[in-house]
Ligand binder design. Structure first.
Ligand code: FES
Length: 312
């Protein structure tokens, strides 16, 4: 990973039975500054390959003495979250990317509505530091199951008071949350895709401009049907199994593809396709680009055909 930073795990806190918070301190050089909504990609050795997962920085952006991330143990973990929960101990070293941000607060907003589902609360923990510092008007809607990520709710109640709305085991009424808001209100969603879809649908129903609706999915790439990626330049075939993303499969073969978000948002990993049909799962390409099947975002997207020939 280019520009990687080695950090030391200085504390591990159990937030809930399935969520741990890791405090990461610098080893050999100061940590770069970051903005609210940033994430880092953590590289984790698996049994037969490296896992690279993106985690939001949840600490105060004004404090670069350490970074903080929270990792939810995924039941169907492909290796990354299981490694963080079972194999990482205080004192260990980890390799992380410099922070990147595709989920910045819009500072010209008159009011900010934050909607979090489960571990999707993490980028908003950093937002809140900035909002409090800048006196920005905001409210947080936090939906969680008691046994998963509700561990942050006590701390948030103390910080936010009546601006916090918790939904334990219940789905918020997104139409009601978005109703009768003054122009200049922005909404931010971080959580499972179903929640993002529901909020964006409600916003559309209520004629919210797309420019006032912002979201970030936190899920690891979903599994899919195995396929073969053929590299046009060398003729090498790379097998992509059901649990591995195309990007991970290419990296395992030593093929470096530029990437930042590893979540289908930033566009950095866009790769030309010479033959085959793409199962697009990103949030970057527009409808016209998708129809052409001549490029793919390998961090999340897969193939509809048995073989996909890449211009690599
Ligand atoms: S790495 Fe960002 S879209 Fe693939």
């Amino acid at each position: 990973m280019s520009g990687h930073i080695v950090v030391k795990v200085s504390a591990i806190d159990t937030i809930s039975p399935v969520v741990k918070q890791f405090t990461l301190e610098p080893c050999d050089r100061a940590l770069p500054r970051f903005s609210a909504g940033s994430h880092v990609v953590v590289s984790m050795p698996g049994q037969d390959r490296w896992y690279r997962n993106a985690y939001s920085l949840l600490g105060d952006p004004a404090d670069t003495s350490c970074y903080r991330i929270a990792v939810r143990r995924q039941e169907a973990s492909r290796g990354g979250s299981r490694f963080m929960h079972e194999d990482v101990a205080v004192g260990d070293h980890l390799s992380i990317s410099p922070p990147s941000n595709f989920f910045l607060p819009r500072w010209n907003a008159r009011h900010h509505i934050l909607i979090a589902g489960g571990i999707g609360i993490t980028p908003f923990l950093a937002y809140l530091h900035e909002f409090e510092r800048q006196g920005a008007s905001h409210e947080l809607h936090y939906s969680f199951r008691e046994d998963t990520t509700g561990g942050f709710s006590l701390e948030l109640q103390q910080r936010l008071g009546s601006s916090l709305h918790c939904y334990q085991g219940a789905r918020p009424d997104f139409h009601r949350i978005l109703a009768d808001r003054p122009l200049g209100t922005h909404v931010y969603i971080c959580g499972p895709q179903g929640m993002i879809d529901a909020v964006t649908r409600a916003a559309k129903d209520m004629d919210w401009a797309d420019t006032r609706v912002h979201y970030e999915a936190f899920a690891a790439p979903e599994s899919g049907t195995p396929f073969v990626a053929r590299l046009a330049a060398s003729g090498i075939d790379v097998t992509v199994d059901d649990e591995t993303s195309l990007l991970e499969a290419l990296e395992a073969q030593g093929v470096e593809v530029p990437n930042l978000c590893r979540g289908g948002v930033c566009g950095q990993c866009k790769t030309a396709v010479a033959e085959g049909r793409v199962e697009h799962r990103d949030a970057f390409l527009d409808d016209e680009e998708r129809k052409r099947h001549d490029c793919i975002m390998p961090c999340v997207s897969r193939s509809l055909t048995d073989t996909l020939v890449l211009d690599l």
